[in-house]
Design a protein around this ligand. Structure first.
Ligand code: BES
Ligand code: MN
Ligand code: ZN
Length: 483
């Protein structure tokens, strides 16, 4: 995909199709810019198009213009404009043009920049919407856009915004690709190898192997891997752009979750390849941060394993000992994510982090509570949680705080061990977070449950169905805004 900024006039530029954004009921903006189109624009405004959000109308151009088509794209009311609406509108317009076979498209940026927003939001929506996962199709006959040109005055600031947008979109694509990859092609070992590809002068990758983990005493994490022949890989990716206490981000990395002996129902089980979405998010974030060489210190941890059902698998009723010495009674082998995260959180404390954030497809209850509209957040650090809420609004990957009530502890009491790994389905969104809290204790820590948002069964404006890559833009924004 070729992306460029060109400071030509709208009337003097050649491409397959030009997108003209419009506010609702406001049709005059292009009268002077493209006089030969004004009559047609006024006409459609009297009939089928009013500039409502995500509305589009295609116009065939008069011969004096160097493009055949113009697409009017509605942004909704001027006074209600947000960068999210710009992303949605651009996604709608871009996919429409792709689907009718346009290859070289351009976008007029004046209206959006004159209302105080960056055209990079428009580009972000376009690029995110064009994502496709077709690695396993023999013939890919699908239509593609080859170039997007932004018609705008050149400025260093705009160039930088566009560079940043490309990097962040690449990181989201990277995460989506990993999540969409079936579990036979994305084992913990493959995930470790892909992580190693992120190595560069500021980024180092260490993989702890099973014997290392046994020596460290990570019994909680290892208990999950026992049912699989695929070895566990505890992946540590460190990006050091500045010598300061790190932010540790831990991503749940179950490359396939069958439930183990507490086997899941078969319906929909194929989707459990996305149980490593947290880990993919962490890699995406570090990729973006390192490409921009941000002055931050980030450590990503991916405790990767499969959760299968071989003859050495952990049984319900087994008691294991975690890295911090606590004993855990296994009630359900399907509550495996927390087992891997508990050891990872304790291990993260060794780095004296400023904050630990874990991101995980942890509970079905999250998806029941929020569908795919919000990330559930729980933690012990009001200060960092506030920052995440703000980032969530900025990038429209919204987080919603749920309580860490002490009463949740009751659900996790075991008669014969320090705690049990599941308090049952009732209240499990909160009790699973409380389980993690038992390992984080006083260290600033936040848990993000993305079980509902990491995968979509239907297309959304700039998220094609399948893996959403949610969390990459959220955590990237959070890291950019750390002082
Ligand atoms: N990976 C699942 C959670 C999940 C479910 C993610 C649906 C995405 C979609 C997790 O490991 C799990 O199985 N959780 C159990 C916990 C229960 C046994 C306490 C659940 O939520 O049912
Ligand atoms: Mn599970
Ligand atoms: Zn799981």
């Amino acid at each position: 995909m070729q992306i460029s900024i060109i400071s030509k006039k709208e009337s003097d530029f050649s491409c397959d199709a030009l997108i003209l954004p419009f506010f609702e009921d406001d049709y005059g903006y292009y009268d002077n810019l493209i006089p030969s189109l004004s009559k047609q624009i006024h006409k459609v405004f009297q009939k089928e198009f009013s500039g409502k959000l995500n509305q589009t109308t295609l116009i065939n151009c008069p011969e004096n213009l160097k493009y055949d088509r113009v697409l009017l794209a509605g942004l909704g009311k001027k006074e209600d404009i947000t960068s999210e609406k710009i992303r949605q509108s651009s996604a709608k317009a871009t996919c429409f043009l792709r689907d009718i076979g346009m290859k070289e498209i351009a976008i007029s940026s004046g209206l959006i920049s004159s209302s105080g927003f960056s055209i990079s939001s428009f580009l972000e929506g376009s690029l995110l919407s064009l994502y496709k996962y077709n690695r396993y199709k023999k013939d890919d006959n699908s239509k593609n856009i080859n170039s997007i040109t932004i018609l705008s005055e050149y400025s260093k600031k705009l160039e930088e915004e566009i560079k940043k947008t490309k990097i962040i979109v690449d990181a989201v694509y990277f995460a989506r690709d990993l999540i969409n990859t079936p579990a036979n092609d994305l084992t913990p070992s493959k995930l470790a190898n892909i992580s190693k590809s992120l190595e560069n002068k500021l980024t180092s990758v260490t993989v702890l192997e099973k014997p290392d983990l046994e020596k460290l005493g990570m019994g909680s994490y290892l208990s999950v891997s026992k049912g699989s022949d695929e070895p566990p890989k505890f992946i540590i990716v460190e990006y050091k752009g500045k010598e300061i206490p790190p932010v540790v981000i831990i991503g749940k990395s179950i490359t396939f979750d069958s439930g183990g002996i507490s086997l899941k129902p078969s319906e929909g089980m194929e989707k459990m390849k996305y149980d490593m979405a947290g880990g993919a998010t962490v890699l995406g974030v570090i990729k973006a941060v390192s490409e921009l060489e941000l002055p931050v210190h980030i450590i990503g941890i991916l405790p990767a394993t499969e959760n299968l059902i071989g003859s050495s698998a952990t049984r319900p009723g087994d008691i294991i000992r975690a890295y911090n010495g606590k004993t855990i009674e296994i009630i359900s082998t399907d509550a495996e994510g927390r087992m891997t995260l508990a050891d990872a959180i304790c291990y993260a404390k060794n780095y004296n982090p400023s904050v630990i954030i874990d991101i995980a497809t942890l509970t079905g209850a999250c998806s029941i509570a929020f569908g795919n509209t919000a990330i559930a957040m729980m933690g012990n650090s009001p200060e960092f949680m506030e920052k995440l809420k703000i980032s969530g609004l900025n990038v429209y990957e919204r987080v919603w705080e749920m309580p860490l009530f002490e009463e949740a502890k009751e659900y996790l009491k075991s008669d014969i061990a320090d705690l049990k790994n599941s308090g049952g389905k009732s209240g499990s969104l909160c009790s699973s977070a409380y389980f993690l809290y038992e390992f984080a204790n006083n260290t600033p820590w936040i848990h993000l449950d993305i079980a509902g948002t990491a995968w979509n069964d239907k297309d959304k404006p700039y998220i094609p169905k399948g893996a959403s890559g949610i969390g990459v833009r959220l955590l990237f924004d959070f890291i950019c805004n750390l002082k």
